[in-house]
Design a protein around this ligand. Structure first.
Ligand code: F6R
Length: 606
């Protein structure tokens, strides 16, 4: 979602602001802008589309101010056009914002009645007029900003600068993350440590309700009750090198190919392979007493959770409830005190997942999370974290984070199974041995790309694609469909194979490819029947399986051969072909693979 950066610098900052925005591009955006204070006056440049458009604007009309804000906008209120791009400013104040001001309509009406003329359709412009109104009433800039902030409802990270104030910047956080970067005689604000890494590795994360008053020399932080508070400055490990694509055409391809290594790292952090044992951080709850696990997550992370449900129920014999985080609270599920609530997230900032976590905490749940970004809000607010070691994931479509989430969930299932006595020491050894083999098999699967390129030609002509899976492979069918639709824009749906005849079969004809995720496990023969139902109606079957083509018992358009492994680890392997199918189809169709339209990497609004 929107990216924010602010610099109180010693030289002209526009170039550095654009560089920092480039590091935030991965979050997804549709317009960008910068504003600086130059000789006491505010001025800005904005452009629709990619950062290169903004750079062109700046090279034709440079900005020279040493104090400035930059922003990449992911449209929520108002079209993604230059008029609605941030910074929003008048001759007194400039504002950039990530999030949603929920009471903007009411504030807009009030301010309009007081003579403020709105130029845009954005909720952010309300903040601009609110602060200006406070200045009009004679408040000094810091007081004006704090007074305005108290009127805002919703989720926001804000950065604010003022005309005539070359050494002042205000940051505020209520929801989406915002970090202060401490430099030598310079000060920074940024949506994350990655944006600030070229400038400083000393970072203070603002807490919800915080307001930071920054100068080049000082960073004062006030909590929501205006009490001055100390927030720790920590050393960030984000690299100052712009995370690059290496020899790959896209971040997504690079991240798919990193999987053998990062799955290995993640497994290695939980498994003692020599002893054949899993060691997890202490969950702070007696595994034998866990009556239910409630999993919440969004999108791809939710599908990882669905696989986790199968594992936890089968191997640890714990009932698991799973919800998309945006729905969990509205279901008002009864939660027994001391229950375990598990959250899965790459970014650790997803607004719905965070809101659900807070709800569960209020209900007395023990909060565990599987998180990729260690410094994220969800990691910080959890009682216990199982970190995934996927490294920064830049491609908007999640790939390596997903398989690392699966790796962590597999370890959790083994550890809880052992602690509850539902799997033996010998079984633990067998399962950890199967896990140890995963990186090698994933690596093998990555060597067959020409096959996917050929398949992509077929899929790129389709209007609809169906994915089928049964049992633990059903979530992979859902994930395959999500991957394909989000980056190739081809309509795709995942179904439980057995559900086919209860409706989706009506869609099948010669034009509809059906991708079947079906290892040769105890459910394979049932899925064969479903494939035959598809074949009988002319549907083109693409089978992803370790079974031989003959066992399918019908003509296959394509057979993607997967190594035979212990069925426990199948999901970790079958994730790879569904990623490669989506990737190569999107490349062939010429879409923006790493930053697909309308999508954001870190979804910080509900
Ligand atoms: C899909 C994708 C999204 C995310 C979802 C949750 O490829 O990336 O569906 O999985 O937005 O994000 P996190 O994991 O950051 O909570």
């Amino acid at each position: 979602m929107c990216g924010i950066v602010g610099i109180l610098g010693t030289d002209a900052v526009a170039g550095a602001l654009v560089d920092a925005l480039r590091r935030l591009e991965y979050r997804g955006y549709d317009s960008a802008g910068v504003a600086t204070v130059e000789n006491g006056r505010l001025d800005r440049r904005r452009a629709e589309g990619k950062l290169k458009n903004l750079e062109l604007r700046l090279s034709n009309q440079p900005l020279q101010g040493r104090t400035g804000l930059g922003h990449t906008r992911w449209a929520t209120h108002g079209k993604p056009v230059e008029r609605n791009a941030h910074p929003h400013m008048n001759d007194r104040v400039a504002v950039v914002h990530n999030g949603i001001i929920e009471n903007f309509q009411e504030l807009r009406e009030e301010l309009t009645a007081r003579g403020h003329a709105f130029q845009t359709e954005t909720d952010t412009e309300t903040v601009l007029h609110l602060i200006t109104d406070c200045l009009d009433q004679g408040l000094v800039p810091v007081a004006a900003a704090k007074t305005a902030l108290r009127r805002l409802k919703g989720a926001f990270a804000l950065a604010i600068i003022f005309a005539g104030e070359d050494n002042l910047m205000i940051g505020a956080r209520q929801g989406p993350p915002l970090a202060v970067g401490h430099g030598h005689g310079e000060m920074y604000l940024g949506s994350d440590a990655i944006a600030l890494a070229p400038f400083t590795d000393t970072i203070t994360y603002l807490e919800d309700g915080d307001c930071a008053v920054l100068t080049r020399e000082t960073a004062e932080i006030f909590a929501s009750d205006d009490r001055k508070v100390d927030r720790p400055a920590i050393k960030s490990v984000a690299s100052s090198l712009l995370v690059d694509k290496g020899n790959f055409r896209h971040f997504m391809a690079k991240e798919i190919h990193e999987q053998p290594e990062v799955i290995g790292h993640t497994l290695g952090s939980f498994v003692d392979f020599a002893a054949g044992q899993v060691h997890l951080p202490d969950l702070g709850i007696d595994p034998a007493q866990i009556r239910k696990v409630s999993i919440s997550a969004c999108g791809t992370a939710y599908f990882a959770g669905m696989v986790g449900k199968y594992w936890l129920e089968r191997y640890a014999r714990i009932p698991v409830e799973i919800d998309v985080a945006s729905e969990f609270r509205y279901r008002e599920p009864p939660l027994e005190k001391g229950g375990l609530a598990l959250f899965i997230t790459q970014s650790g900032e997803t607004a719905d997942t965070l809101a659900t976590l807070r709800h569960c905490k209020e209900q007395g749940q023990r909060i565990a999370s599987i998180v990729n970004v260690r410094t994220s809000t969800i990691a910080r607010e959890s009682h216990v974290v199982l970190p995934t070691l996927a490294g920064p994931e830049i491609g908007v479509a999640s790939t390596k984070a997903f398989t690392c989430q699966l790796a962590a969930l597999a370890c959790l299932a083994i550890a809880l199974g052992r602690a509850r006595g539902t799997i033996s020491e010998t079984e633990e050894k067998v399962l950890t041995h199967a896990l140890a083999e995963v990186p090698r098999h994933v690596s093998t699967l990555l060597h067959n790309e020409p096959h996917y390129e050929r398949l992509a030609h077929e899929l790129s002509r389709a209007r609809d694609v169906l994915y089928l899976g049964r049992g633990i492979n059903f979530p992979l069918a859902l994930e395959g469909a999500l991957k394909l639709k989000e980056i190739s824009y081809i309509h795709a749906e995942g179904y439980a194979a057995g559900e086919l005849k209860h409706g989706p079969i009506a869609l099948i004809d010669e034009q509809v490819p059906v991708i079947v995720v079906a290892p040769a496990d105890e459910l394979f023969d049932k899925t064969v029947s479903n494939m035959q139902e598809v074949a009988a109606r002319g549907g083109k079957i693409i089978l992803i399986s370790d079974a031989s083509s003959e066992r399918a018992g019908c003509a296959l358009e394509t057979h993607i051969q997967i190594p035979t492994v212990h069925s426990f680890v199948n999901p970790l392997l079958y994730a790879v072909p569904v990623q490669l199918i989506a990737y190569h189809t999107a490349v062939l169709m010429g879409t923006d693979v790493d930053q697909p339209r309308n999508l954001a990497k870190s979804v910080t609004v509900e």
